[in-house]
Design a protein around this ligand. Structure first.
Ligand code: HEM
Length: 181
């Protein structure tokens, strides 16, 4: 399947993914739901909540980083990747008031976001969706898929990223865990 540009994650009673937990890391959580569906068409009647984002071009990664990511990353939908996480994130006004080069400096030179992330490839597959320009409650919908044996590594990745200067700009973060059932 080709990658859809616009993706809607709908929390409700249907979908391929069973929700195993919803944790508020910063700011308010999302209402509890049993299942999550992922679609390139929003169904306004389905679900308790729906979050939409677009798969876009990179903003900050440089040539070497793009090359390293492409060489290591795995695609979504691997049969063994039966666990997933949807982590919607909103950053503060202070972040958005910065210039692009200042944001890059915080994300990579200060926080090593990509360098840290590369340690977990290809076990963790990922896709980033941008929501800010759609007027959505979150700026980003981050999506990760992995095999059960790599869940501990995923927790370690989160711990490392959440301790970085970049995360001081995160004002809302919800950690939704899923199982393909
Ligand atoms: C952005 C890599 C894990 C949240 C990025 C970017 C890269 C990247 C290269 C920059 C994209 C660009 O240039 O526009 C990775 C890798 C990971 C990983 C290799 C390993 C699995 C995570 C995790 C989270 C996360 C676990 C959330 C808890 C984000 C967010 C952005 C982002 C919110 C957008 C930042 C912004 O534009 O301000 N990631 N990441 N990433 N990542 Fe990660």
């Amino acid at each position: 399947m080709t990658t859809p540009m616009t993706v809607t994650f709908t929390g409700g009673r249907t979908g391929d993914w069973g929700v195993t937990g919803i944790a508020a890391i910063a700011g308010p959580a999302l209402p509890p739901v049993d299942r999550l569906s992922i679609s390139d068409e929003a169904d306004p009647l389905a679900g308790v909540w729906a979050l939409t984002g677009t798969v876009s071009n990179v903003r900050y990664a440089n040539r070497a980083e793009v090359g390293a990511l492409r060489a290591r990353q795995a695609g979504l939908d691997r049969p063994e990747a039966t666990r997933a996480a949807l982590i919607p994130i909103r950053k503060s006004e202070a972040w958005w008031a910065l210039a692009q080069d200042e944001r890059r400096d915080i994300l990579e030179e200060q926080s090593r976001h990509t360098a840290i992330g590369l340690d977990y490839l290809p076990q963790i597959a990922r896709r980033l969706h941008h929501s800010r320009d759609l007027g959505e409650p979150f700026d980003f919908l981050t999506w990760f898929e992995f095999a059960p044996e790599h869940e501990a590594a995923f927790e370690q990745l989160l711990e490392r990223l959440r301790a970085t200067p970049e995360w001081t700009y995160v004002e809302r973060e919800v950690d939704i865990r899923l199982e393909r059932t």
